[in-house]
Write a protein that binds this ligand. Structure first.
Ligand SMILES: [Ca+2]
Ligand SMILES: [Ca+2]
Length: 332
């Protein structure tokens, strides 16, 4: 069964890749393994690799070199800093000794002086934002080794029940990539990768996941994921946040669906509720390896957020969706 094969591939380092585990130019990249059937992300058109639709036809071309600058070289692009509320021109916004990008990668708050990274191992963060016509995936990996070549990074997608490896090496001309020194001698790897919205729209929901580890031990020790869904032509990012969850703490927490319109077309439908957001709680009702099946057990437009709630938020009650358990990606 395809699931089993894909899950097995997920749980093992991609050392069966045709060009060897490390390419000559980018040692940290895990080269292409394969894309699952029905999960076309790229196609060769002449010598050009680019996004395609389900029929395999090229879709809107993303211009090479797309991406926001990182003025203060902290690993977060200016656009991402504006979204996070950090200072695009100050590498350490809260002056706690850790750069903003490093704090995001290491799960601490770059806007809180008293929130600093704990733990010394590999750490990863994956999120997304809209930029132009693309969904921009934002990957940050903290690698404690001095040698960035020790890193072992893999990006994948769960879509329509299929797990695929996203071949980052083939996106090289599209993505923004940098490595910068971290505070204690390690490295911060920062990658922004544009994905065409149609990749999500054709499947309603896609979970992108990132696994990172050390090449010497050939195992993944950190992982992250982001769930993106498509409703009425708007992409929604599922987010978990202490502050948001506190609103429903008495009910056991949950998540919110935050719209991520492209910056060039902020076309939130008029039927959406401004100033509130779709809050959902779900329960795990099944799964297979790292794939978990959730059922929505609560769905309400919740006031208090400077965003928009999808008009059919409450109709999600009882629906199911698949996602990845990032913990299950570790150790393979
Ligand atoms: Ca920056
Ligand atoms: Ca901080």
């Amino acid at each position: 069964m395809d699931h089993d094969n894909n899950l097995q591939a997920l749980s093992q380092p991609a050392n069966e890749a045709p060009t060897g585990r490390f390419g000559a130019c980018s040692r940290w990249l895990v080269p292409v393994v394969s894309l699952g059937a029905g999960a076309l992300l790229l196609s060769t058109v002449g010598d050009v690799l680019g996004p395609v639709d389900e029929a395999g036809d090229p879709v809107l071309e993303l211009s090479a070199g797309v991406g926001s600058p990182d003025f203060d070289s902290d690993g977060l692009t200016d656009a991402q800093e504006l979204l996070l509320g950090t200072f695009p021109f100050v590498a350490d916004s809260d002056e706690d000794g850790f750069g903003d990008g490093e704090e995001v990668a290491r799960q601490s708050d770059p806007r809180d002086l008293y929130s600093t990274p704990d733990g010394a191992g590999v750490s990863a963060n994956l999120t997304a934002r809209g930029e132009g016509s693309a969904l921009q995936l934002v990957m940050l990996v903290y690698e404690p080794s001095e040698d960035v070549g020790d890193s072992f990074v893999r990006l994948g997608a769960l879509r329509g029940g299929q797990v695929s490896t996203v071949p980052m090496a083939r996106f090289a001309s599209y993505m923004t990539y940098s490595t910068i020194p971290a505070s204690a001698g390690g490295q911060l790897i920062s990658i922004e990768l544009p994905v065409h919205p149609s990749f999500i729209e054709v499947a309603d929901q896609v979970t992108f996941f990132l696994a990172a580890g050390n090449a010497v031990s050939q195992s993944y020790t950190a992982s992250a994921k982001v769930d993106i869904s498509s409703v009425e032509g708007i992409l929604l990012m599922q987010r978990f946040s202490a502050a948001q969850v506190q609103l429903q703490a008495s009910q056991g927490g949950g998540s919110v669906r935050q719209p991520i319109p492209g910056s060039s077309s902020p076309s939130i439908p008029g039927s959406w509720v401004p100033g509130s957001i779709c809050f959902q709680r779900s329960a795990v009702v099944g799964g297979n390896g790292p794939i978990m099946l959730h059922q929505v057990i609560e769905a309400d437009c919740l006031q208090g957020w400077d965003t928009f709630c999808v008009s059919n938020c409450s109709s999600a009650l009882g629906s199911t969706y698949e996602t990845i358990d990032p913990i299950a990606l570790i150790g393979g």
